[in-house]
Design a protein around this ligand. Sequence first.
Ligand code: FES
Ligand SMILES: [Fe+2]
Length: 421
Amino acid sequence: MLSKENNERITRVGPGTPMGQALRRYWIPALLTEELPEADGPPVRVRLLGEDYVAFRDTEGQVGLVWNHCPHRGASLFFGRNEENGLRCVYHGWKFNRHGACVDMPNEPEESSFKDRVKVAAFPVVEQAGMIWTFLGPEGEAPPFPQMEWMNIPSFVSKSYQKSNWLQAMEGGLDTSHSSFLHRQTDSIGKSFDPKNLRARAGNPKLEVVRTEYGFRYAGVRHLKDENQNYVRAYHYVMPFHQMRSHQGWSEGRPTVQGHAWVPIDDETCWVYNWMYLRSQEPLTHEEIETEERAFGRHPDDLIPGTYISKQNAENNYLIDRAAQKSGLTYTGIHGINTQDMAVQESMGPIYDRTQEHLGTADLAIIQARRLLLEACTDVEQGRYPLGSQLAEVPVRAAEMLIPADQPWYESMKDELAARW
Ligand code: FES
Ligand SMILES: [Fe+2]
């Protein structure tokens, strides 16, 4: 459990809060490339860490991310005209380029130099592998952009909206023992499930956590008595909110590596960014992407049109099917792996009161993540860089293997856990 004070400390993300300050020292996913599909297209609202921004793709195809409010008298630049390499406020026509410079001020005398002294706050942007990232920390202090394997090989990205605090969502992702229960199913609905049901056969994995320069690596070791083997799933937690995990290609022999970034929109809502690629690094086929996204419940057909909000949500009890739950078709009766996660995590309330919880040995990864996040808060308060924030690359990948029970997992899996690009 956490003290009330520490619970506040690592969940709240607004400006000036300890965690908010720490997160503003890392590059943060802001939106997907697909949200700004064309040059001079409509601007998009972006809310991150409790503050509002506007993103636009200018005439050159480059993305700008600026403060929501026009510096003249505060109208939202979301309503702006995106034209000729800049966003023009529709209130009095002031125009700003993607660097935030005011390039036109048509309601002031032509000879006035006023516009040279006006700027809208603009934030650095990196667009790579279908995602647009930003750095919201102090101007000029953006660290190197942290390259990871999925950004440098053919991969697929998507995102889902979640109505809970980001930490609650992330803790659910780090927690490995829940997959033996929450995501169990006994019949074939989709192709991407484990016919041997290794996870379900040993629902009490032994967790091993090792701190690293990027966060920690950890493994759920499930002992399979009959064959004297260990089924090991090895993961990485990358500061401050990323995780990498492995998924067997159960039927086709095309295993994937997948991962998430749990990005706070504000204290009570978050984006769950999802990415995946084939371990072989071949491109995923259209069918593979469709099958996976449907199995996870985040296919466009699963969403309210024009949004990233699931049609199955708290208002309709995630369309829980009690008959399917009773028959064991699925453990939950809720369709979609991510939707199952969302249902239980949202059911904890917007910000769970962690003074009330009872953590066991299966919660070791969660405990370690909290420790690192609290440390990051203190580091930033005392003027140090938080863990992992200065890394130019995180060259690791997740893996899962069956290993003879008497062999140490990390040595056996070392090669499998190294990224290739
Ligand atoms: S408020 Fe934007 S130009 Fe006046
Ligand atoms: Fe899950």
